[in-house]
Design a protein. Sequence first.
Length: 107
Amino acid sequence: MDQMASFLPLILIFGLMYFLMIRPQQKKARAQQNLIASVQAGDEVRLHSGLFGVINEVEGDIVWLEVAENIELKVLRSAVEHRFNEPVVEEAEEEAVEEADEGPISD
C-alpha cells in the first residue's frame, strides 16, 4: 500500500502532461492533416514559408499556387499552413447537415 502511494504523484504528473501537452499537439496535427487533405482549387491559402496565393489546380501531392497574375508556383500540398476561405461544401453534404440540424419534427 505504501508503494502505491509513492507512485501516485508520478501517475498524476504523467496524466497532467498528457492532457496539457500531448493531447493538444495531437489535435493540432490532426487538424493540419485534415486541412491538407481538403484543399482544392479556388482556396486562398498561406504556405509555411509565408507565401500567399490562390490554388489553381491540385495534382495529388502537388498544388499549383497563383501568387500574382499569370505567375504560378508548383508547391507541395503539405506546405499549406492556413486556408482563408471556408471549404466549399457539396450540395448533398449540405442537405445532410441541414437535415441533421433540424432533427425529428413533432406536431
